[in-house]
Design a protein around this ligand. Structure first.
Ligand SMILES: Cc1ncc(COP(=O)(O)O)c(C=O)c1O
Length: 369
C-alpha cells in the first residue's frame, strides 16, 4: 500500500528527538505559556523573517485573530470586503465571515491553481479593505501585481500560509511578504504538530500585541479584560515538538521538491494535466493532478493500493454553510473541484513507491471517453 501520507512514518523520522523534547516538557511541570512556546515563537519568527510570532490554537484561529485585531485597530469594520480565492479551504472564508466581513470570491488560474491576479482589480469596490492571499497546495500565490494593487488601493495583504511553510518569493518566505500571516501546524502540514496548533507572524507591533491579547481572553494584564477575546493558545508540548521539526523543514521541503520533480517528469498520461507553473516556488504540501476522469482514476489507483485524496470535493460557494452563494457561477473553481486529485508526495516516500506511483498512473486508461 502506498499511503497518501503516513504520519507515523513522518514522526518516526525524528522520533527520538521528539520524545526527548516532550519528556522535557513533562518533567518541567509547566504546560502552558512557558519556555517552549517562547523558544518556538523566537525560532519561527526568525525562520519566516518577521519581527513577531504569536502562537495560537490552530490555523483558523490565526486567520480569525488577525482580522479581529484589525477590527479592534479600526483598520477593518463590519461589512468591509476581503478579496479571497474562491477555491480555498473553508477556514479562510470562515475567518472572514465570523468577523462580520464579506468575502469576495475571485477565481484561480488553471495554470497555478492560485488566485488569478488579473481578475482582482475588477473585484474591487469602495468597501474592499484587504486581500487574503492563500498559498494553496504549497505554491507561492504572491505576484508583483498583487503587491501593486495593495499599495495603490491601500489594502492590507494577509497571507494564509497554512499550506506553505518554507515557501519563498524572491528570497523572502511566504508569511513575511504581506502585513500579517496565519500558519497552521495541523499534523498533516509540511510543519505539523502532534495535534492542533497555529501561529500569526507579522512586523506590525500593534497588530502583534492585539493578536496576543485577543487570543488570551482579551487580556494583556492578568485579570484585566479590554476586549472580548477568546482562548487560543499553543501548548508547551506542541511547541517543543514543532521546535524539533522546524530544524528539518527545509530538508523535508527539498525532498518533496525532488519527488515532485520525478512525478512531473515521469507522469505522461495524456488524460492528466499537472499544473506546473514552475517559475513559482512550491513546497508541494499537496501534489495536484487535474483530469476529467478524476473519480475513475481515484478508484483505479485505490484498486492498485495507492491512496489519494481530493482537495477539495466541494468548493466553498457550493457548501450548505454558505447557502446564499450556492447559485454563484465560478467555472474555474468548479472545474478544479471536479478534476483535482492529490497523489502521494512527501519526504518519507521511497524510490520504489515513487516509481510504482508513476507507472500505475501512466497505465491508467479511462473507460468512458
Ligand atoms: C488553506 C488553509 N487555511 C486554513 C487552515 C486551517 O488550519 P487549522 O486546521 O489548523 O485550523 C487550513 C488547514 O486545515 C488550510 O489548509
Amino acid at each position: 500500500m502506498i499511503e497518501y501520507l503516513s504520519l507515523k512514518r513522518i514522526t518516526a523520522m525524528h522520533e527520538e528527538e521528539i520524545k526527548e523534547a516532550v519528556n522535557e516538557v513533562i518533567a518541567s511541570g509547566w504546560y502552558l505559556n512557558g519556555k517552549a512556546v517562547q523558544r518556538f515563537e523566537h525560532n519561527y519568527s526568525r525562520y519566516i523573517g518577521t519581527q513577531h510570532c504569536i502562537t495560537c490554537g490552530n490555523g483558523l484561529d490565526a486567520l480569525y485573530l488577525i482580522l479581529r485585531a484589525y477590527k479592534a485597530l479600526g483598520v477593518l469594520n463590519e461589512g468591509d470586503e476581503v478579496i479571497v480565492p474562491a477555491n480555498t479551504y473553508i477556514a479562510t472564508i470562515l475567518s472572514i465571515t465570523d468577523n462580520g466581513l464579506i468575502p469576495v470570491l475571485v477565481e484561480p488560474s488553471l495554470d497555478t491553481l492560485e488566485i488569478d491576479d488579473t481578475l482582482i482589480e475588477a473585484a474591487l469596490t469602495p468597501r474592499t479593505r484587504a486581500i487574503m492571499l492563500v498559498h494553496l497546495y504549497g505554491r507561492c500565490a504572491y505576484t508583483e501585481r498583487i503587491g501593486t494593487i495593495c499599495k495603490q488601493h491601500n489594502l492590507k495583504l494577509i497571507e494564509d500560509n497554512a499550506q506553505a511553510h518554507g515557501c519563498t518569493y524572491k528570497g523572502k518566505r511566504t508569511g513575511s511578504i504581506g502585513d500579517a500571516a496565519a500558519h497552521s501546524f495541523y499534523p498533516g502540514k509540511n510543519l505539523g504538530a502532534l495535534g492542533d496548533a497555529g501561529a500569526v507572524t507579522t512586523n506590525d507591533e500593534a497588530l502583534a500585541k492585539l493578536v496576543r491579547t485577543l487570543g488570551n481572553y482579551g487580556s494583556s494584564r492578568k485579570y484585566v479584560f479590554d476586549y472580548r477575546g477568546k482562548n487560543s493558545r499553543m501548548d508547551e508540548v506542541q511547541a517543543a515538538v514543532l521546535d524539533v521539526k522546524l530544524k528539518y523543514i527545509d530538508e523535508d521541503n527539498t525532498r518533496r521538491k525532488e519527488i515532485a520533480f520525478l512525478l512531473e517528469q515521469g507522469i505522461d498520461n495524456p488524460c492528466i494535466t499537472i499544473p506546473k507553473a514552475s517559475e513559482r516556488d512550491n513546497v508541494y504540501h499537496i501534489f495536484t493532478l487535474l483530469t476529467p476522469y478524476r473519480n475513475e482514476l481515484q478508484t483505479f489507483l485505490s484498486e492498485h493500493n495507492i491512496q489519494t485524496m481530493i482537495h477539495y470535493p466541494i468548493p466553498p460557494h457550493r457548501q450548505l454553510a454558505y447557502k446564499e452563494w450556492n447559485t454563484l457561477s465560478l467555472p474555474i473553481t468548479e472545474q478544479i473541484h471536479q478534476q483535482e486529485l492529490s497523489i502521494p508526495c512527501n519526504p518519507v516516500m521511497i524510490p520504489k513507491e515513487i516509481e510504482e506511483l508513476i507507472e500505475t498512473i501512466n497505465s491508467f486508461a479511462p473507460h468512458h471517453i
